[in-house]
Design a protein around this ligand. Structure first.
Ligand SMILES: C[S@@+](CC[C@H](N)C(=O)[O-])C[C@H]1O[C@@H](n2cnc3c(N)ncnc32)[C@H](O)[C@@H]1O
Length: 270
């Protein structure tokens, strides 16, 4: 297991009032002051949220932010644990995550860098990349990323998302970023396998909601998990991203306070 070295999830172990926690979390997302865009992008406002709401889950569109909102929020909310990225390609976005969330402990990118045909209609760049190009991209990405940050802060591992799910303990990640294959079956598979890797109070995030298969997988997934998802957030990047928190466990006020105190102590010591 990759996280055998110690606790790597930093969300509070439980909350005393889920409704209040959910309202506060939503407020923090919508009032985030780290806007990516100086203006509001309206084009995606009616995009996906109606289907999500129809499935019985509240949905909010965040008109001034793109996918970077999530690592920025992790920083703002005091998370300090581990994250995983499914599908890395080159180092650009991983680097942005690492910079936007300096308190994160470790970011692990999984990508097989394997030339393989994608399903019909998928025209993503990795579907037409040769194996020798992939080998070169892997070496450069790994050395550029791992060389630029302190040891252990980021790793690039050559595994598929399905293989990698065997390596990571359940409930051990503050967030998982789903950005590998973009057809319906694959996104459904990745969401299903990696939801349980996210700790309670952590986040599942994904890219490319404009792909019809991604949209369908996300809407179906939250419909199934509605007891554990209080709100879906959709961001305004031109390909649109989605994310939602995993419901934390509820406990008595005393246990919640003690849990929070422990998390704070752990944060001070680490
Ligand atoms: C869209 S790119 C990722 C982009 C990157 N996350 C970013 O934001 O810049 C998709 C990547 O997924 C990888 N990939 C394809 N199949 C995969 C699988 N089964 N598991 C993990 N990654 C996969 C491809 O090799 C490709 O590098």
């Amino acid at each position: 297991m990759l996280d055998a070295a110690g606790a790597s999830c930093s969300a509070p172990p439980c909350v005393s009032n889920y409704t209040m926690w959910a309202e506060e979390t939503t407020r923090r997302v919508l009032n985030s002051r780290h806007h990516t865009y100086p203006w509001k992008r309206r084009g995606r406002e009616a995009f996906v949220c109606p289907d999500v709401r129809h499935a019985g889950v509240p949905c909010a569109y965040v008109p001034q932010d793109d996918r970077l909102l999530l690592p920025r929020l992790m920083q703002e909310l005091g998370y300090r644990g581990d994250s995983a990225e499914l599908g890395v390609w080159i180092e650009d976005f991983s680097k942005l995550i690492l910079k936007a969330w300096p308190s994160g402990r470790r970011h692990i990118g999984f990508d097989p860098y394997l030339a393989q045909p994608c399903v019909k209609h998928e025209r993503d760049k990795h579907c037409i990349t040769s194996q020798s190009d992939f080998d070169g991209i892997y070496s450069k990405t790994k050395s550029r990323l791992e060389g630029q940050f302190t040891a252990g802060r980021v790793s690039v591992l050559r595994n598929t998302s399905v293989e990698a799910a065997q390596l990571v303990r359940n409930g051990s990640l503050d967030f998982v970023y789903v950005d590998a294959r973009h057809d319906y079956r694959s996104v459904k598979e990745d969401m299903g396998l990696w939801w349980s890797k996210v700790c309670r109070g952590g986040v599942l995030l994904g890219h490319d909601l404009i792909w019809p298969g991604v949209r369908r997988a996300v809407v179906e997934f939250v419909a199934k998990q509605k007891d554990d998802v209080h709100q879906v957030f959709i961001t305004a990047d031109h390909v649109s991203s989605w994310f939602f928190f995993r419901r934390p466990r509820e406990c008595g006020a005393g246990e919640a306070r003690a849990g929070l105190a422990l998390v704070r102590l752990h944060r001070q010591l680490s």
